[in-house]
Ligand binder design. Sequence first.
Ligand code: KDG
Ligand code: MG
Length: 402
Amino acid sequence: MRIVDAKVIICSPGRNFVTLKITTEDGLHGLGDATLNGRELAVASYLSDHVIPLLIGRDARRIEDLWQYLYKGAYWRRGPVTMASISAVDTALWDIKGKSLNVPVYQLLGGASRDAILVYGHASGKDIDDTVAAVAAYAKLGYKAIRAQSGIPGLNSTYGVGRGKMFYEPAEKDAPVEDLWSSELYLNFVPRLFERLRKEFGSDLHLLHDAHHRLTPIEAARLGKELEPYHLFWLEDPTPAELQESFRLIRRHTTTPLAVGEVFNSIFDCQQLIQEQLIDYIRAAVVHAAGISHLRKIASLAEMYQVRTGCHGATDMSPVCMAAALHFDLSVHNFGIQEYMHHSAETDRVFSHSYTFADGMMHPGDAPGLGVDIDEQLASNYPYRRAYLPINRKLDGTMHSW
Ligand code: KDG
Ligand code: MG
């Protein structure tokens, strides 16, 4: 089953997406997401200029061999651009394999390990009252797990606070928006938010929170400790994880479960975190961690150490990635939770999909392959628009992690 065509489709139905479409001599096609938020064209170029010429004529059935060919064969290993490109190829080939055998991808991955997939939604508000109302709205929609982020008095804008939609879309404008940050204000505020949420919603609702890489390890330890009475499902990205051993310090001080990994692109980024049991959930995504094939290897390592999965699923993971994640989630034994931010109506029109949401749970559907397609004609109505993620500065102007 030779590959006869491969092309990159860049579109912006509400936000930018980069999609790889691979076609075989049998007339089957598969899709892979290659979106790297704020750096989309770098991946598109890597695919068009370097990867696609290598794909034509190859056997689409040899998924693992092609993965290794693109990984080992580049000499320059890893990095978000390379690994998002490999992911797009890998995901498209799983899609093709499913279609060629007339089965949904999860059946190729060992079949369903559960009936449906627990997902969490994003509630946010400009202050505590607003956030309480947003959590109530998500609970009413049936969500059993909800991430809560709130504006912080004294800071003009805060990570994770949306603009009244069902999703949070941080990338915008021709130049990065500049946020202001104070760890002191944040640390004094967040425990009050969760104290109130537990009071309002009781103990059964799963509550999550994302610190978005902003704290030092000892600050993160303090936050984890002060949040313990409110039993969070997880505290995400408390400190940047380039220094994996820094999580030892956080772990020594708190039993709040920790989730890390949305910016990771290989198993080597989380090897120490998993093997030393420094985290509870690994958040690597299909699109950024080199596809379904590599993510399964990360999950297998994590399974040995009782670390569960919690894939990144913000709106910059396209519906193609979302579908791939759901097949992965349904099949892998040590699944924990899946992030699910709604896409805009325009995005859903461009990318039709068979996955469904009901009562806080999702399912990838039983269409052959991934169960997602792209309307290229419609996509061409939404040309690429340059957009950047925000940057973050401390109150004195020092650059800080966003
Ligand atoms: O592109 C960056 C976003 O996907 C990220 O900021 C969202 O942290 C995020 C999350 O947990 O969804
Ligand atoms: Mg996050």
